[in-house]
Design a protein around this ligand. Structure first.
Ligand code: TYC
Length: 113
C-alpha cells in the first residue's frame, strides 16, 4: 500500500521500500506541435490530377488516393496527412508548385492540429 505523497515528502528516498525516484519524478516531455495538411475542392482541377498528387506527394496507394480525392470533392476539403511543421510546409509547397506548373487552381493549406 502506498502512502500519500504529502507524507512521503520529508522522508529519505527509499523509506517506502519502492526505490521509486525515477518513476516519481516525471519531467514533462515536450512533443513538437503537429500540422494537418488539407486539400481544398475547386470546380476545375481534374480528379485524376488530384489522385496523382495524393499518390506522388503523400505516398498513398491508388485506392486510398481516389477515396480522399472523392472526400474533398464531396465535402469541400479533407485532411490528407499530419506532419511536423517543416514536413507539412514542404508538402504544401510541393503541391502548390505542381498545381501551378500545370495551371490548375488546386489549393493546399496547413493548420495546427
Ligand atoms: N471538384 C473537382 C472536379 O469535379 C475535383 C477535385 C477534387 C478538385 C479534389 C480539387 O482538391 C480537389 N473536377
Amino acid at each position: 500500500m502506498r502512502e500519500p505523497l504529502h507524507m512521503m515528502a520529508d522522508r529519505k528516498d527509499d523509506a517506502d521500500g519502492e526505490a521509486g525516484v525515477a518513476l516519481k519524478t516525471r519531467p514533462k516531455t515536450q512533443r513538437p506541435p503537429m500540422y494537418k495538411v488539407m486539400l481544398l475542392n475547386d470546380d476545375y482541377t481534374p480528379m485524376e490530377f488530384v489522385v496523382h498528387i495524393l499518390e506522388r506527394f503523400f505516398g498513398l496507394g491508388h485506392a486510398k488516393a481516389f477515396e480522399i480525392m472523392l472526400m474533398v470533392h464531396k465535402k469541400g476539403l479533407a485532411v490528407v496527412g499530419v506532419y511536423s511543421f517543416e514536413v507539412a510546409e514542404t508538402k504544401v509547397g510541393q503541391v502548390m508548385d505542381f498545381a501551378r506548373r500545370h495551371q490548375h487552381p488546386l489549393q493546399c493549406t496547413m493548420e495546427k492540429d
